[in-house]
Structures are given as C-alpha cells and as structure tokens.
Design a protein around this ligand. Structure first.
Ligand code: WTA
Length: 675
C-alpha cells in the first residue's frame, strides 16, 4: 500500500550525487542557512530594530524586497528590476529579469546542506501512523514525478490539476510541476465532481493527478470515481495519474496511469526548468461574489519569497522546529504554510490528513505531543469546537514544545482566543491571529513580528507585516486617516506575494481588486482601526460568506438551488453560527402552483448543493417564502434578509423603498417558526 509501511523507501534508491551535480552553480550562491538570516542582515544599512525595519520596508519597498530576494532565494540568474508595478492598471511585476526554480529553492539547496533532515511529517488519518520524509527523499520523489510528467508530454506553461488530500505525493506533485515549469491547480479533495470539472475546464488541464481513495476521520471517500465523473465533461483531459492511498483497487481506464509504478521507472535526476520570476507557479480557485470561482494566479519568485519570510517571522520559526499547519493543501493556507513557506526555509512541516475530533477531541494535542510540534496553526472553527469538549482533552497531553499558536481564515472571537492562549498554550505562547487571503499569497496583518514583548490584543490581527501598508476607506473612496474608525480595508502598495491576475480574465482582476479604490488593492473585507492603530477584521463587505473558514459566494449556492425545477428564485445569507463562524441560510421561493413536501425538498436541495459544490456549502436552514423583499427596481434587499437571520429586527432600517413591505412580515414570522 502507498507509503504506509516505511514506504518512501520504494522511491528512495541510494542517495545519488548525480542529483546535485547539475545544480552546483545554484548552491554556490547559497551562502548561509535560510532560517538563520534576519532581514536586517539583508544588506540594508543603517536600519536596526523592528520599527525602523518596518518603516523602511514600507517606504523603500523596492530596496527592502530586493535585498530579501537576493539573500533568501537561490537564483539561476539575477533580476535586474526589483519592482515594476502599477496597481491602478493591475500590472504587477517583481524581480524582472531573474530566473530561478522554486523546487530547487525548496529542495536541492537543503539536500545539499542536510539531506537527512525531515521535510515532511505526514500525519495520516490513523493516529500514530505518521510517515517522515527527508529532504533527500522528497527531492527524489519530485524528480521521478517531474520526469514522469515530462515523459507524458507535460510542458512548461501547462497546468496540471491535483485532486488529492495532503500527503507527500501531493506535495511532490506540486513541486514536480514547479520543477518542470508547469503550473499546478490543486482542487480541495472535499469538492464535488462538478466543482472539480469546472476548475479543470477553466484551467484547461490535460493532466489530472489523484488518489484511488481518500481517508479522513475514519471514512473513505471515492476520489478517483469523482475524477472519472468530472473528466466526462472535460475534453482537455488526456491522462489521469492515480496513486494508491488505500489497498482497494479502483476501475482503471485507458486514460489512467498507475502513478507509483510509473514513477519507479523514472530517473532520480530531473533537470529543473529555468523560470522567469513572473511565470505562473500555480492557480488556486476561490469564491468571489459571482457564481463563478476565480482562478487566482500566483507567480514564482515573489510568492516564494513572501511565503518564506512570513513563515519565518510571523511564527518565529527557527531551524529544527516542527511546524504544524493543519490546513488542507487545497486551500491557500496549505499552499503557503504547509508547503512553500516551510520548505523554502528548510523546515520540517506537518501534513495533516485527519480531523480535529478523530478519533477523539484530543487529536491535535496528542499529535503535538507525539510529533513535538513547535508552532501550531489552525482555524477558529476547530478551536471553538474543541473548546466545547472541555479542557481535559488538552490537559491530557504534553504541549511543552509549543512556542507559537496561529489562527487563520475567519475572525477569532475573544472566548476562543482566550481558551487557545490559556488552555492550549498554557498562557505562555503568543497567539497570532493572522489575516490574509488567497489573493494576498501570505499573511498581511498579524501581531508578530513586532518589537519583542509588544502587547498582543485578543481577537485582533493588529499589525501589518513588512512591506504592507493597510488603509481604510470611507464609502466615498476617501482614505480615513484617524484611528478608532472603521472602513473598507485596502492595501496601499503592491507586495511580492500578491496574486497577479485571474486566470483567463484579467479584466475581472482589475474590476474586483484595482478599480473599487483606484491605486489601491481592495481586499473585500471591512476592518476597524483601534485608538492604538491596531487592525481588527470585521468581515466581508461583499456577498461572500465564510463557513468554517471556507469561503463561498452566496451566488454560487443560489445558482445550484435555482436549478431545481420547482424553485423560482432564492437568496442565500450568512448568519452567525457559534461553531462555524457563519452558517448558510436559504430563502427559497417556489414556482407558482407547485405543491411540494417541504422537508423532502429541503433534503433534495441539500443533496444538490453537496453534489454540485461541497458539503460545507449546504444550507443549515431552508425557509420557503412566497416572495423575497425587493426594491422597486427588482433587486433583492439582502440587507433586510441579513437583519432577519441575525435577529436584529430593530436594525431593519428604512423599508420604504421596498416593493411590498408585507414580504418582510411574512419572512420574520417564518423565520421564528423555523429556528
Ligand atoms: C477571512 C484564507 C478575520 C477574510 C487565508 C478574508 C479572516 C478571507 C482572517 C480569505 C482573520 C482570513 N480574521 N477574517 N485572521 N483570515 N479571513 O481566501 O474575510 O480562503 O477575506 O484565505 O477569510 O479567505 P481565503
């Protein structure tokens, strides 16, 4: 069975010096250990102390990032222009003229320095069955896979879709793409066949990599079958590489390739492609406010540099630490902080395949004890859930290795923050609430780094990272300069980690991020700046909701619900949920004259959403109504629906522009009966 019994050895033939020979020129430039470097040492004279450095990084962002890029990345040829950006036109270029290979930066240079250091700890679903993969082994897996992809016709500039849960082979697949210059498009393995198909079509992949089955929380999921269904509507797909996660055979077609078997036929040396800094590294689809997910485009050098720097400084990662980010690799958090950041820094990173409560609510902390995790990075949803199970599940295990605790994906409420800090971290580990997005590539606002011992305020992301200049805008598009104020959160200047475009739709990129506040990057989030100047994220300003840290556009769910024959129209609203952060509430209007059994229809609609999107997008409540509150021009008044589900009837506001104010009464009444 795949990688289940000391398995990496299958790929790991004896360590070959050949692997290194061709890249010696790259290592020659790599003078010191990545993790030991400080930005202060990056050739910036006259700057000492955190505040001065922060200030310098914002006011001289070109020089700051150029110095960091020279120190931290291994270049095949140096860049000539650090920064060439025009935010108002959505033109963002960093490190032009430079050539490098991301997989060499993540693997070869560390193999040279310490081949037997553990790169990945695969925390498999079954507790206690972890698999450790050294840098040497990971390089070899990556090279074999890179050669296999090349032999199968994948070329520089192609885009390979990866539909796999976290595992060493999934990481090797990402890095193999990077090695040969193909972009990857990782699709969260919890997405349905339809969602997968939509993403494969948009990315125009000819190759898909998957596993026979997934295993999570003791349950098996049929991932290969989902791929079979998806590719039926994807004419570009010519081949599917299938790895075996379980012993169960799956039906194979002429298009399918048994991945491990074919990898064994490949050479251990794979010539890395010399990539331009601005070549595409990956696409990652995320929800926006329309029904169609956007394939955000991230490029090579800037993304990697930003991932490495934030990973090191936000979490205070030191050489030899074990970094435990429990996000799935299907999300940006998994890309940046399970894979690229830690590997660029030569770190040891955990790949978590399970759930926080499998086999019991002590899973995370038992894992922290067993793997001796030093930095733990998770989502508020899981923290809120575990808090409810009680402190005993935490106290049972030794957490003395923990140094920093991180939170990501959604606002963390004070109660959850305090519990995380006091119970999980024994009151001694800083908790870093990290705000960022798929679009930003890495963490942008977070309590650390800062002057040593500077205060951390519970539930606040607080301070901008190096090179980040947040601003708040009022409704008229003017910059708010005072403190103790709220507004639309924008970032005033480009940074290397930011997305460059939306795949196949640069115009949408410009309209979404660059045009709302010309000259600024618009995040889509609202924020409050405290009297002290610290930032607190207040939530989305658009029709995107955040369910258990998963972003989903309300329009995406509406599109699915509206496809049901009996449904005339619907409105999906996010409402406060004490575990998930936000839950999904559906208002559904049936076609005239249609008679249905509401419970039965609710079940059917839920099945449809689960099948067409993913389980997490299913409505928690479906309320059937005769009509939706609309303006006279026919626009659904979402503000009113939101107030109803938030039970803030005093905040309903001015209803005089409604076409039919009686619609609201009916909705309030129905809501009371349902909840
Ligand atoms: C939200 C996840 C409050 C926010 C890395 C953002 C947060 C969206 C935080 C991005 C936080 C993320 N506090 N809200 N610390 N972190 N968000 O693209 O609304 O999956 O715009 O990236 O999650 O979600 P995404």
């Amino acid at each position: 069975m795949w990688l289940s019994c000391g398995c990496a050895s299958k790929y790991v033939v004896s360590f070959s010096r050949r692997v290194f020979k061709s890249y010696f020129h790259v290592w020659g430039r790599w003078r010191c250990n990545v993790a030991a470097l400080m930005p202060e040492a990056a050739g910036i004279e006259g700057v000492s102390g955190h505040s001065a450095l922060q200030e310098f990084s914002v006011s001289n962002s070109g020089s700051f990032w150029a110095a960091a890029a020279r120190q931290r990345l291994s270049w095949i040829s140096p860049f000539h222009t650090a920064r060439d950006c025009d935010l108002s036109r959505g033109e963002i270029k960093w490190f032009e003229g430079g050539k490098l290979n991301v997989s060499v930066n993540c693997l070869d240079r560390h193999v040279h320095a310490c081949p037997e250091r553990v790169a990945l700890i695969w925390e498999r679903d079954e507790p206690g069955s972890e698999v450790k993969i050294t840098y040497r082994q990971l390089l070899e897996m990556t090279c074999r896979l890179g050669n296999l992809l090349r032999r199968r016709g994948v070329r520089k500039g192609d885009c390979v879709t990866i539909y796999m849960p976290p595992s060493p082979l999934a990481v090797a697949s990402m890095l193999a793409c990077a090695r040969i210059g193909a972009a990857h498009n990782v699709v969260f393995a919890g997405f349905s066949a339809d969602s997968l198909a939509e993403r494969i079509r948009d990315a125009q992949s000819s190759t898909v990599i998957t596993v026979n089955q997934g295993v999570r929380g003791g349950k098996v999921t049929e991932l290969k079958k989902a791929v079979d269904t998806a590719v039926q509507s994807c004419p570009t797909v010519q081949q599917v590489l299938v790895a075996m996660r379980t012993d169960n055979p799956v039906a194979m077609t002429a298009r399918d390739i048994v991945m491990e078997e074919e990898m064994l036929k490949e050479d251990l040396v794979c010539e890395p492609a010399a990539m331009d800094s601005e070549d595409v590294l990956f696409l990652l689809y995320t929800s926006g406010s329309t029904g169609k997910p956007k394939g955000l485009v991230h490029t090579q050098a800037g993304y990697l540099l930003y991932a490495a720097l934030t990973h090191k400084y936000v979490f205070n990662y030191s050489d030899g630490d074990v970094f435990g980010c429990v996000a799935d690799i299907g999300w940006i958090t998994g890309h940046t902080y399970s894979v690229y950041g830690p590997l660029a820094n030569g770190g040891t990173t955990v790949l978590f395949e399970s759930t926080p409560i499998y086999p019991d609510p002590g899973r995370y902390w038992e894992m922290v004890q067993r793997l001796k995790i030093n930095q733990f990075y998770g989502a508020p949803t899981a923290i809120r859930l575990l808090l409810k199970y009680g402190d005993q599940w935490v106290h049972k295990y030794d957490r003395s290795t923990l140094k920093t605790l991180g939170s990501v994906g959604e606002p963390i409420n004070t109660e959850a923050w305090e519990w995380y800090h006091r119970v999980v971290g024994d009151g001694r580990c800083p908790v870093v609430d990290t705000w960022w997005q798929t679009e930003t590539g890495g963490i942008c606002i977070t309590p650390r780094p800062s002057e040593p011992d500077a205060e951390i305020v519970p539930g606040m992301a607080m301070r901008p990272f190096f090179g980040i200049k947040p601003v708040l805008m009022d409704t008229k598009g003017k910059v708010l300069t005072s403190n103790d104020t709220s507004g639309a959160l924008c970032i005033a200047q480009p940074w290397p980690g930011m997305a460059r475009s939306i795949h196949n739709n640069h115009q949408r990129f410009i309209e979404t991020y660059c045009q709302p506040y010309p000259g600024y990057f618009f995040t889509g989030d609202g924020a409050y700046r405290s009297k002290e100047g610290y930032y607190q994220i207040t939530g989305r300003l658009d029709d995107v909701i955040n369910v258990s840290g998963h972003r989903i556009g309300t329009a995406e769910i509406e599109d699915v619900v509206n496809q049901y024959s009996a449904v005339a129209e619907s409105a999906i609203i996010g409402y406060p949920h004490n575990i998930k952060g936000q839950g999904v509430y559906a208002f559904v209007v049936l076609k005239k004259g249609v008679k249905v059994q509401e419970e039965e229809l609710s079940r059917k609609l839920n099945n449809m959403v689960s099948k067409k999107i993913a389980k997490y997008a299913c409505p928690d409540f479906i309320q059937f109504v005769h009509r939706l509150p609309k303006t006279r021009s026919g626009k659904i008044m979402r503000r009113v629906l939101r107030k109803v589900v938030e039970r803030d009837l005093d905040g309903l506001g001015d209803l005089s522009t409604l076409d039919d104010p009686a619609a609201v009464e009916e909705i309030i009444q129905g809501h009371r009966e349902l909840c």
